[in-house]
Ligand binder design. Structure first.
Ligand SMILES: [Zn+2]
Length: 459
């Protein structure tokens, strides 16, 4: 049953439709009812409602959270005196919270007296791809909204709840369950769910995928890319996929086209992080993303703090409006994004055109230009049967290309690949090539297509 036509599970004898759901489902559907409406609000109305919720969060944080109480009294005394008078102008002067703050001052960011109706807290640990992992306290209310957005995502892309849902990801055992899990099962009956750890060898993943033949496959972008390439190489193609869902990593530029070409299905991406949950979901009509303005304030900022205009790339700064347990206000997540123009789908939710990696995923060249590297994905596929690859920039003029392939690249292939990159990177770098068994990454870390070891210091 497609999400749009699905009927919630009814708990009243004989009353199938319209359904009368149980209380947990009622709460979830009440949230969906509001989200369904607010997504169409004009940007101004969304901003106004955000500001009301932000004032409520700030008033609580200034009263309860030591970190903010001390900092804001010194830096924004007018807000410290009267939090309910907070404006967007004063919010723009609110200090940015860094990852290092989260690591070093976690205890000072936690509210010691959480209102009991926020439902207690649990601890999430970040992956620590740029150093030591940090931990964040998340309330049940914040968890609830994260689930509500996950269900919105399934509605937006009209998933068929009756199909089988497969997940290959970190932190799950090899297993099966009668339903898809907490979302959307709180309100709807679904087909079965199956899980496999992402550490499973590719060949075994593909065996499993072909045997299970799910309607949906959720995995990290890098694992999906490796799996699709392996599937293409071996000619073993899964059947019956209505969509492939990626999450948790920046989407490789060629993955959407690869999934379409090899598996003949659509790829749906979402951008989320451990700290604030779902930040942006792919628009139902386009490849770009809508910021989830109902629960998170998403800012895209230049290095000097000015907001980016459409088409400009800047640092992502997030404010989680729902998590009172450990309020993250103007938290710099470490990723970059390109601000977008309003979407023609009619949703007032702000647009992120692209979500990019971290600063160390940017390239430079001997002229001092710092830029986001573009891969010649189409040409690469035609030039050599490459598996995973990664570019490591050791010096402004020198890039090492690490690749996984059944054999060494020939001299001719190497020359052509260098030339293809010279085109998209707009500079003739000296390329060196290293064939590797696998692209190394630490457990829990995100896969990176491009790593710079020689970027100029951040301005
Ligand atoms: Zn849209």
């Amino acid at each position: 049953m497609r999400a749009g036509a699905a009927i919630p599970t009814s708990v009243v004898t004989g009353q199938v439709w319209p359904a009368l759901p149980h209380s947990a489902a009622q709460t979830m559907l009440a949230a969906q009812f509001q989200l369904e409406r607010s997504q169409w609000w004009p940007a101004e109305l969304l901003a106004q409602r955000q500001l009301e919720q932000l004032r409520s969060l700030v008033a609580f944080a200034l009263q309860q959270v030591p970190h903010y109480r001390k900092l804001i009294a010194a830096l924004l005394p007018e807000v410290a005196r009267e939090p309910r008078a907070l404006t967007w102008e004063s919010f723009a002067r609110w200090p940015i919270l860094k990852k290092s703050d989260l690591r070093d001052h976690a205890a000072a960011l936690v509210a010691p007296a959480l209102p009991p109706d926020h439902g207690g807290m649990s601890w999430n640990f970040t992956s620590g791809s740029t150093g030591t992992p940090a931990r964040c306290a998340v309330t049940m209310v914040a968890h609830f909204f994260r689930s509500a957005l996950a269900l919105r995502h399934q509605f937006w892309h009209d998933l068929d709840f009756s199909l089988k849902y497969a997940e290959i990801r970190p932190g799950v055992p090899a297993g099966r369950s009668p339903g898809w899990g907490a979302v959307p099962n709180v309100a709807y009956e679904t087909g079965p769910g199956v899980t496999l750890p992402v550490s499973t060898a590719l060949e075994a993943q593909l065996d499993w995928l072909l045997a299970e033949a799910p309607g949906y496959l959720l995995s990290t972008a890098s694992n999906l890319r490796a799996l699709v390439l392996h599937s293409r190489e071996t000619g073993r193609i899964p059947q019956g996929l209505d969509a492939v869902l990626s999450y948790a990593e920046n989407l490789p530029a060629d993955l959407r086209a690869l999934v379409q070409e090899v598996w003949h299905t659509r790829l749906i991406d979402a951008y989320s992080c451990t700290e604030t949950g779902i930040v942006a979901l792919q628009c139902p009509r386009h490849a770009h993303y809508h910021a989830q303005a109902e629960t998170v304030i998403v800012e895209v900022l230049h290095d000097d703090g000015r907001p980016c205009a459409a088409g400009e790339v800047g640092r992502l700064v997030l404010t989680d409006l729902t998590n009172f347990g450990m309020p993250l206000i103007r938290y710099e997540i470490g990723d970059y994004a390109e601000a977008g123009v309003p979407c023609d789908c009619g949703r007032g939710l702000p647009v992120l055109k692209r979500i990019l990696g971290r600063r160390r995923n940017m390239a430079t060249d001997p002229t001092g230009r710092v830029f986001w590297p573009v891969f010649p994905s189409r040409e690469l596929h035609d030039l050599a049967p490459l598996g995973q690859l990664q570019l490591v920039q050791h010096a402004p003029a020198a890039i090492e290309l690490r690749y996984v392939m059944a054999r060494e690249l020939s001299a001719q292939e190497s020359t052509r690949i260098s030339a293809a990159f010279a085109e998209t990177l707009r500079y003739h770098f000296e390329f060196s090539f290293s064939r590797v068994a696998t692209i190394e990454r630490q457990p829990g870390q995100k896969y990176e297509e491009f790593i710079s070891l020689c970027l100029p210091a951040e301005p």
